[in-house]
Design a protein around this ligand. Sequence first.
Ligand code: ZN
Ligand code: ZN
Length: 70
Amino acid sequence: MNCWHCDRPSHGACRFCGRAVCKDHAQTMPFILEIYTGKEGEFKAIAVDNTLYCGVCKPHEDPITLKNLK
Ligand SMILES: [Zn+2]
Ligand SMILES: [Zn+2]
């Protein structure tokens, strides 16, 4: 697969949408791996920094408040 932006061979794929990107066009973004409930009943997220991001798709920048999650 070639880079979504420049059509040269890609070095990886966006963690969010799967588009291929080369090193020049790859961006990074934190990625939420897992969400769990804390001791006091609050929701917590385990996030990984610097996952590959294509710069085109639109993952939510702010954490979403999860309601009525059972
Ligand atoms: Zn590129
Ligand atoms: Zn993407």
